[in-house]
Design a protein around this ligand. Structure first.
Ligand SMILES: [Zn+2]
Length: 162
């Protein structure tokens, strides 16, 4: 960057008046660095400043936001929202319930899940995809709510297999 700089040449400098990095004409140099510059936008002379005050090497370009249009702009990853906390707590509780129901049960206690099967509340099932579960509630003749480790799911029951 210091290469080729000379008095009367041009350089990008922070303009204290325009308050942004703009093209400047070099008025004087100190060594290989511009000293005094003249803003080509507002025509005001001031000392050379490579960057805006407080700005680090990485320029904060106004790239299009990666977040959605409804973003409030203030992302706070350290403090999850109340909803998220509640959801996390509910999840922890349901896992605890699940753990209690599953604890100490033999493999034989688990009925392999089949949609054609009719389940009862409290029955232990082994699901191919979701793993071990316990029937939390019989919703109706065709549906049961089953608690798995990660979530509770509504599964079909008593239905003819296609
Ligand atoms: Zn200026």
């Amino acid at each position: 960057m210091a290469k080729g700089l000379k008095v009367a040449g041009e350089v990008d400098s922070y303009c204290t008046k325009c308050k942004m990095v703009l093209n400047h004409r070099i008025v004087s140099m100190v060594g290989t660095k511009p000293h005094q510059v003249l803003c080509l936008t507002c025509n005001s002379p001031h000392l050379f400043r490579a960057r805006a005050p407080g700005e680090r090497a990485a320029r904060t370009s106004s790239a299009p936001g990666s977040s959605g249009p409804r973003s409030t702009g203030s992302r706070a990853p350290k403090a999850p929202s109340m909803a998220a906390q509640r959801a996390e707590q509910a999840r922890a509780e349901q896992e605890q319930v699940w753990r209690k129901a599953i604890a100490g049960r033999a493999v034989n206690d688990f009925t392999p899940y089949k949609i054609s099967h009719v389940f009862q509340e409290g029955q232990l099932i082994a699901h191919k995809r979701f793993g071990d579960g316990v029937v939390a509630r019989v919703i109706d003749a065709a549906k049961v709510e089953v608690l798995f480790q990660d979530a509770s799911r509504v599964l079909g029951q008593g239905q003819p297999t296609a």
